[in-house]
Design a protein around this ligand. Structure first.
Ligand code: SPD
Length: 288
């Protein structure tokens, strides 16, 4: 029997999908559903918001992970916050990191994704370099100093428990947890439909790091398709990167979306997005 699912994107704007509900579970943190969809394949939703699909996950995970890591000559220790489906973990491991810690608050997401969307992680959870910690990402970061070359936040939208992952305090803690020259990356929502979220991330990251570089790509199943990410550093910035194709080749990474040309194109911001950046200020996060 088919069920409809989808999300409210803005007043009067809704997405609607039709698929077969495979499982629905309420964890301590959220409602987790997995559907079989005739076009997008397996679809994971959390509290009814689409997180990933087996068909378009590459558009999101490649652009979350590779621009920052393919810009670096060495990637040793990486922390992923969230990312329970394992897609980010799989892509990070491609860069030859010696240890990748994934701190995910909800073990039910990992269990269901390993069972029903195994292509997302594709064995990454069994890689000896991967260490999964079940717990609160903000608390985990606050306990670490000078520990990681990259911190990647692969969270949900900033509502409920995920809102803290857009706060200035959290970003400042991430900066302390990074080694010299480290990079912080996060998905930062739709620059069309989620301008508050975009500006909150940009304002708070700019207050905590020397530089914050937004970049854009697309994710077909996310609201509005156009999607934003931000990389924050105190050192070399993504727009100055070169030698990306050579690093991808040396690491044996074959992408479907990301390339050196796409890297530089993604960092070229249209005027309306530049304006969002120019008018963004640090803001306290609303209570979840
Ligand atoms: N609006 C959906 C934003 C979801 C971002 N995280 C997705 C997790 C995929 N690994």
């Amino acid at each position: 029997m088919s069920s409809q699912f989808g999300e409210k994107i803005a007043d009067g704007v809704f997405s609607r999908y039709e698929g077969k509900l495979l499982t629905s579970e309420r964890s301590d943190f959220q409602k987790i559903d997995v559907y079989d969809h005739p076009f997008f394949g397996r679809v994971l939703t959390l509290d009814d918001l689409i997180q990933t699909t087996t068909r378009d996950e590459f558009t999101y995970h490649e652009m979350l992970v590779h621009p920052a890591l393919a810009s670096r000559d060495r990637v040793e220790r990486v922390l992923i916050i969230g990312g329970g489906d394992g897609g980010t973990l799989r892509h990070v491991l491609m860069h030859g990191a010696s240890e990748v810690v994934m701190c995910e608050i909800d073990d039910a997401v990992i269990r269901l994704c390993r069972e029903l969307l195994p292509s997302l992680s594709d064995g990454a959870f069994d890689d000896p370099r991967a260490r999964v910690v079940i717990g609160d990402g903000a608390a985990f970061v606050a306990d670490h100093e000078d520990a990681f070359d990259a911190i990647i936040v692969d969270g949900s939208d900033p509502v409920g428990p995920a809102v803290v992952l857009f706060s200035e305090d959290f970003y400042a803690a991430c900066r302390r947890a990074l080694r010299d020259g480290g990079v912080f990356i996060s998905q930062t929502g739709s620059p069309i439909f989620q301008t508050d979220e975009f500006q909150m991330a940009y304002g708070n990251l700019s207050a905590s790091f020397g530089a914050c570089e937004p970049y854009l790509s697309f994710v077909p199943t996310y609201p509005g398709t156009l999607w934003s990410y931000m990389a924050a550093t105190d050192g070399a910035q993504l727009r100055a990167s070169s030698g990306i194709e050579a690093r991808l080749r040396a690491r044996g990474i074959e992408c479907r979306l990301y390339s050196e040309e796409v890297h530089h194109g993604a960092l070229a911001l249209p005027p309306f997005v530049k304006e969002l950046c120019e008018t963004a200020r640090p803001v306290p996060v609303p209570r979840g």
